[in-house]
Ligand binder design. Structure first.
Ligand code: NOJ
Length: 543
């Protein structure tokens, strides 16, 4: 595989609404992001995945776009955006735009046109279907945000498809003109000097709704190859597809360099491990750590050199991993560092979601009135009507809800954590006076500096990027693996639990690369690991 820049960097995700507010309206914005670029440069990241900043009525916080070539007014102007791209580039940070083209907002001019008449040239940009004989929806397809995926449009007498909210009508990728319009828009952004795209729910664009096929439809890869040729394939850009249904085999289809589709995928197999089989994310089950190891190791090994993976614990759709599978109480710092070391040492491009680098936590709510996210709200009301208890619903929301990761970034311990001088659109974590960036920067043993070290190690040690992966057999609570490149062999050892564990290996230790405890590791024989202890050692390579 020819080496690419996007394999060597660490990417940082900004959720702009919650990052930094510069004008006191309680909503993060682009000038706020510019202000914080030096902080990101200090962390050492090479790219920013920017959640949507386009004009949007905000039914789904920007994932419902009404104009792809305009900036949401709360976030600033196009001039601000151009400046952001330029300032980021000056710091060797590329800007990866979020490309949301499975659907638009129902306020996008294409949809306004489409719904105005069955004869509109834009009608076919979207997916319409007649009612069933009894007037009900064309079939049983469900929206990912609860309820039917079909919405009746009275004036034109047909249903339209929305796999997300009613205000997010699905685009019809079978329409060639629509596809061309999307490619033109992508080129508009490429010409601005961006570093690539994160492709929102891209596995859905090949859908065949009348056959009830949504993910991985038959023409999906044809569309991606066409898109590649028409847009980013002509440039040296990072493209990462959000692909919920990907297996390693499918991931190779997307990311094998010879296929000219995408650079890499976000696959979610590990993320689904605490949900009941065949049910929704809200239907909880305890995480089986053995299974987690098997799944992560499978992805490490099976992609081989035929594809590229991304590595992540967090994003704006997921609860904070430290609260989910780590320990956000007495072992907050140790478990945050352990999760970071475990992830960044694997093969793939690591992603850090804002606040992860300082160990921000979930914030539980007591009542649905405290929730903001449309997915959460729709689910709650639907399930309540279906007989679930309030208590069990709030419990699922506290564990899995998307607001957890969307609470504003805490920059310091001043009012509103230095995020805003106004009233934040969503309240900050109550622990912000302890967990904030200023505190993290001032404490050289903070989680931040573990992330910074990981980011820098990656730049200096090719084994971290290219080394082969080999899982070590251990107790379920210990996650350990080797990475090996030529003569260099690293051993990663982590304790994924609140209890001490014992690890044993006979390798000769050459040096400690990173450790979330003070001590340097000299011997691996019957080594007792403190709760959440994690270290990487270079060991003698006997082969
Ligand atoms: C995936 C995005 O990450 C999520 O935030 C959004 O709600 C859906 N796609 C719909 O665009």
């Amino acid at each position: 595989m020819e080496k690419q820049w996007w394999q060597e960097v660490v990417v940082y995700q900004i959720y702009p609404r919650s990052f930094k507010d510069s004008n006191g309206d309680g909503i993060g914005d682009i000038p706020g992001m510019i202000e914080k670029l030096d902080y990101l440069a200090e962390l050492g990241i090479g790219a920013i995945w920017l959640s949507p900043v386009y004009q949007s009525p905000n039914d789904d916080n920007g994932y419902d776009i009404s104009d792809y070539e305009a900036i949401m007014s709360e976030f600033g102007t196009m001039a601000d955006m151009d400046k952001f791209i330029e300032e980021a580039n000056q710091r060797n940070i590329k800007v990866i735009m979020d490309l949301v083209v499975n659907h638009t907002s129902d306020e996008h001019p294409w949809f306004l046109e489409a719904k105005s008449s069955k004869d509109s040239p834009y009608r076919d940009y979207y997916v319409w279907a007649d009612a069933a004989a009894d007037g009900s929806a064309p079939n049983d397809l469900r929206s990912i945000f609860s309820g039917s995926a079909w919405e009746w449009h009275e004036e034109s007498g047909q249903y339209y498809l929305h796999l997300f909210s009613k205000k997010q009508p699905d685009l019809n990728w079978e329409n060639e003109e629509m596809r061309q319009s999307v490619y033109d828009m992508m080129n508009y952004w490429i010409d601005k000097g961006i570093g690539g795209f994160r492709l929102d729910v891209i596995d859905l664009i090949g859908k065949q709704p009348m056959k009830e096929i949504t993910g991985n439809g038959p023409l999906l890869h044809d569309y991606l190859q066409e898109m590649n040729q028409a847009t980013f394939g002509q440039h040296d850009l990072l493209t990462v597809g959000e692909t919920w249904g990907a297996t390693p085999e499918i991931a190779k289809w997307y990311s094998h360099p010879d296929r000219n589709e995408l650079s890499m995928v976000f696959q979610f197999e590990h993320i689904g491990l605490d949900q009941q089989e065949g049910k929704d994310k809200w239907d909880l089950k305890p995480l089986d750590k053995k299974e987690l190891k098997e799944v992560l190791a499978k992805w490490q090994i099976e992609l081989g050199n035929e594809g590229w993976n991304s590595l992540f614990w967090n994003n704006h759709d997921l609860p904070r991993m430290i609260s989910r599978w780590g320990n956000d109480n007495e072992h907050r710092v140790m478990s945050a560092k352990m999760l970071a070391i475990l992830l960044h040492m694997m093969k793939g491009t690591p992603y850090i979601y804002q606040g992860e680098e300082i160990g921000m936590t979930n914030t539980p709510i007591n009542d649905i009135s405290e929730a903001s996210d449309i997915e959460t709200l729709n689910m709650y009301h639907e399930r309540l009507a279906n007989g679930y208890s309030k208590e069990e619903l709030i419990r699922s929301i506290n564990i899995k809800g998307r607001d957890n990761a969307r609470r504003p970034m805490a920059w310091d311990d001043s009012e509103n954590g230095g995020f805003s001088t106004g009233t934040p659109w969503l309240s900050l974590n109550p622990n912000f006076s302890d967990i904030n960036v200023a505190q993290a920067l001032a404490d050289e043993s903070s989680i931040f500096y573990t992330y910074k070290k990981l980011v820098h190690l990656r730049k200096e040690h090719p084994v971290m990027v290219w080394g082969d992966f080999e899982l070590v057999e251990t107790a379920d609570e210990v996650f350990s693996y080797y990475r090996t490149l030529n003569d260099t062999r690293w051993l990663i050892v982590t304790n994924f639990s609140n209890e001490e564990q014992v690890f044993h290996a006979t390798d000769e230790v050459i040096q400690t690369v990173i450790h979330n405890a003070e001590e340097t590791v000299t011997s691996l024989e019957n080594k007792t690991l403190a709760p959440w202890e994690a270290f990487v050692v270079e060991v003698k390579n006997d082969d």
